[in-house]
Design a binder for this molecule. Structure first.
Ligand SMILES: Cc1cc2nc3c(=O)[nH]c(=O)nc-3n(C[C@H](O)[C@H](O)[C@H](O)COP(=O)(O)OP(=O)(O)OC[C@H]3O[C@@H](n4cnc5c(N)ncnc54)[C@H](O)[C@@H]3O)c2cc1C
Ligand SMILES: NC(=O)c1ccc[n+]([C@@H]2O[C@H](COP(=O)([O-])OP(=O)(O)OC[C@H]3O[C@@H](n4cnc5c(N)ncnc54)[C@H](O)[C@@H]3O)[C@@H](O)[C@H]2O)c1
Length: 478
């Protein structure tokens, strides 16, 4: 390990920290990155990658079952062990040697251990054997320590040995009965995966599914989950949870009880800022870290701290890998620019800001149907004060969807800002819409005028023809 000081110290080598470090090195800085668990972070080992692997096989099987000819060729059921084996391979058996060697090839120094701030531009790293190393940064420290699962304060829950997303994505066998608390993204995706495995899934959600999306998204996913055999208790909350040996009993607010072998808690995330030494720089421990658009942390006085950055989940802007990596590119580049006294482009949509965080965040939920959205929902746009027009279309009516699956079910919505005549939000719900989303992201970020979109011709017969139907629904400006 080269001697400290480094130009930049990054704490947390998840997807976001790795990218901050890489951009800063490419910008000409020396960088050390501190990691207490696995290089690659939550996304690689307990979140995006294993969860999508667990979902893919069931989604592929159902896709084939929806096509005559292919359907008849299916002679068996999902091979759950093969799915789990593939998941093990995708996460490299929870071994980060590959990612650690990438850091090395990128010229980033890895320091293994738990990092915490120790005053301005100083980081103390405690290794597994208890030894400590003090690192100093000439220019900046970037915090990218991500999140952990939130455990709500429900009587008995903590003693019931609940699963979090970590256990759900790393299980080596599947339970016969799984209760899932929370109807957000993790709850809906894991309900889909485990129901595909033949597990008896019960989802307990205090609202509907996938709140924050267009309402039809949660409704279509709920219908599909019921069809898969899941039991949905929507608008319900647990009052008490007890484990007796192998059985967990959940008592709901109306007195009904549900029994399961495992209970998965999927009720959101908390920032990993508790043991980060934030109090040594005048910030409270345990909170999300507010940032400006160049990702500098807001100090106690509300002004940005010039040497401290918070990037990715930890700043609570958008808890998504791709959006965190987008922030990381801006942060790594601006840290290098500031260190080397080069021009800083911090105007909206400039090279050194994460402007898209505000109203242009794309997300795909890999349920079946998939939910792909970018920008504002109709409700969010109205709340933000936009004068909008909303166009809906049943995706199953386009030829591409009809060919993709018999009885294709799905809905698209386009939200148009009537003052700018530009698209500010799009949602697609349906099979195979994930990769369609980027067209919508480009339209939203590019603020492409509706009349120009008429010249973006979707290929026939592809599902993307839904764009033409949405435009026709809106009407061509004269
Ligand atoms: C089940 C699940 C599925 C998901 N699926 C998707 C998906 O499909 N697509 C998507 O875009 N997003 C998905 N997400 C969200 C995604 O995982 C996060 O947005 C992403 O991991 C955030 O990256 P990060 O680098 O900010 O944090 P993390 O990935 O959490 O990485 C933080 C790293 O910091 C380390 N660390 C923490 N504290 C310290 C410390 N004090 N010292 C040293 N190291 C420390 C941790 O060990 C970890 O390696 C999913 C989340 C979950 C829970
Ligand atoms: N495909 C993807 O992009 C993907 C997949 C998984 C997770 N993620 C990200 O990870 C983050 C975490 O996902 P998540 O599903 O844990 O959070 P979430 O915020 O999506 O959903 C949490 C759900 O739990 C409910 N809830 C919260 N407290 C509760 C309580 N005390 N009792 C009952 N219900 C309660 C909420 O109402 C909500 O429906 C999300 O922000 C998401 O963006 C993304």
């Amino acid at each position: 390990m080269p001697d400290s000081p480094y130009d930049l110290i990054v704490i947390g080598a998840g997807p976001v920290g790795e990218n901050v470090a890489d951009r800063a090195v490419q910008g000409g800085l020396t960088v050390a990155i501190v990691e207490s668990e696995l290089v690659g972070g939550e996304c690689s080992y307990w979140a995006c990658m294993p969860s999508k692997t667990l979902l893919r096989s069931g989604n592929a099987l159902r896709a084939a079952q929806r096509v005559p000819g292919a359907r008849e060729a299916i002679t068996g059921t999902l091979d759950v062990q093969a799915v789990l084996n593939r998941r093990n391979e995708v996460v490299a058996d929870w071994n980060d040697a590959g990612q650690a060697s990438w850091l090395d090839s990128a010229g980033i120094t890895l320091v293994r251990g738990h990092g915490r701030l120790d005053g301005e531009r100083r980081v103390v790293v405690t290794a597994e054997d208890g030894t400590t190393t003090t690192l100093t940064a000439t220019h900046a420290v970037a915090l990218s320590t991500g999140t952990a699962a939130l455990l709500p304060d429900i009587p008995g829950l903590a003693d019931a040995k609940p699963w979090t997303s970590r256990e759900a994505t790393s299980a080596q066998s599947v339970p016969k009965r799984l209760a899932i608390l929370g109807g957000g993204v993790v709850g809906s995706e894991m309900a889909t995966a485990y129901a595909s495995f033949g597990t008896a899934v019960t989802v307990i959600a205090r609202g509907g599914l996938l709140g924050g999306n267009e309402p039809f998204a949660g409704e279509l996913v709920a219908d599909a989950l019921r069809e898969l055999g899941a039991d949905l208790r929507l608008g319900r909350s647990p009052e008490r949870i007890e484990r007796d040996g192998d059985t967990v009993t959940i008592t709901l607010d109306d007195g009904e009880t549900i029994e399961a072998d495992e209970i998965l808690v999927a009720t959101g995330r908390v920032p990993r800022t508790m043991e980060l030494g934030l109090e040594t720089v005048g910030l409270p421990a345990g909170d999300w870290l507010g940032v400006d658009d160049t990702l500098r942390v807001h100090g106690a006085d509300g002004e940005p701290i010039d040497w401290l950055y918070a990037v990715g989940d930890i700043n609570h802007r958008a808890l998504l890998t791709h959006q965190g990596k987008y922030q990381a590119r801006a942060a790594g580049d601006v840290i290098a620019a500031r260190a080397l006294r080069k021009p800083v482009h911090d105007e909206p949509w400039g090279a050194h800001v994460a402007t898209a965080d505000h109203e242009a965040v794309p997300q795909v939920t890999f349920t079946d149907p998939e939910v792909a959205s970018v920008g504002l929902t109709a409700a969010a746009a109205e709340k933000a004060g936009y004068r909008t027009r909303v166009v809906d279309y049943e995706i199953g009516n386009v030829s591409g969807a009809y060919l993709t699956a018999e009885g294709y079910t799905g809905t698209a919505r386009m939200v148009v800002d009537e003052d700018r005549k530009a698209v500010i939000g799009v949602t697609f719900v349906g099979q195979d819409v994930a990769d369609l989303l980027h067209s919508a992201t480009i339209a939203v970020v590019g603020q492409v005028p509706i009349d120009r979109l008429w010249h973006a011709v979707p290929s026939y017969p592809a599902i993307s023809e839904v764009w033409l139907r949405l435009l026709e629904g809106y009407g061509r400006p004269e």
